[in-house]
Design a protein around this ligand. Structure first.
Ligand code: GLN
Length: 198
């Protein structure tokens, strides 16, 4: 019997909840690889940029000459950013302004929901088949503007919270913290499709 090889997907493991993403990727049918150095990106089919503190991740990337390599990888491979990961991917970051990879045509405001109600779980219909999706928001940023090439897959209070632009998938919530694996499966499928294109 022939066994199909699982897609190898990296998880940027500098800081934040990368371990839950690795677990979610396994459950979604992929083989996760923790990435801490630029050379570890070699041979991966895609990459997850997890939630955490974007400022901390950015400092690390700049200090270890990782920023440009990451920018190049994310510009030509499937990438999935959640929360702080979306902040890293965005074209423009506000509150305060911050350097970013500039790959996702969106403006994002950090900590946009204030401190009082900094964490909330919303269950709502999205563009994904299979009924309402649980969405866990933690000190979430807000996508305040998107370009014409960006597709909105879910919203909260009228603002996009799950978007897709070509090979880039971005969620301002934390799908890795819910049991539902539909969002990770969507990403794993895009990685498989992109590898088939090569
Ligand atoms: N507030 C964080 C930041 O600005 C993002 C929050 C998260 O990733 N849970 O980087």
């Amino acid at each position: 019997m022939t066994q199909t090889k699982l897609p190898r997907i990296g998880v940027l493991a500098i800081q934040g909840n990368y371990a839950s993403h690795a677990q979610a990727l396994t459950e979604a049918g992929a083989s996760p690889v923790e990435v801490r150095k630029p050379e570890q990106l070699a041979g991966l089919g895609g990459l997850v940029l997890p939630g955490g503190e974007s400022t901390t991740m950015l400092k690390f990337l700049e200090k270890h000459s990782f920023f440009e390599v990451l920018q190049k990888f994310c510009g030509s491979n499937p990438v999935f950013g959640t929360c702080a990961g979306v902040i890293l991917l965005a074209r423009e970051v506000l509150n305060p302004t911050q350097r970013s990879l500039g790959l996702l045509d969106a403006t994002i405001e950090r900590n946009a929901y204030g401190r009082q109600i900094d964490s909330v779980i919303v269950t709502a219909e999205t563009a994904l088949a299979g009924g309402p999706l649980e969405m866990v928001f933690i000190r979430s940023p807000r996508i305040s503007q998107i370009g014409p090439g960006v597709e909105v897959l879910a919203t909260r209070d009228g603002f996009p919270v799950l978007i897709r632009q070509g090979r880039i998938l971005a969620a301002t919530f934390h799908p890795e913290l819910s049991q539902d694996r539909r969002v990770h499966r969507l990403f794993v499928e895009s990685v498989t499709a992109a590898s088939a294109d090569h």
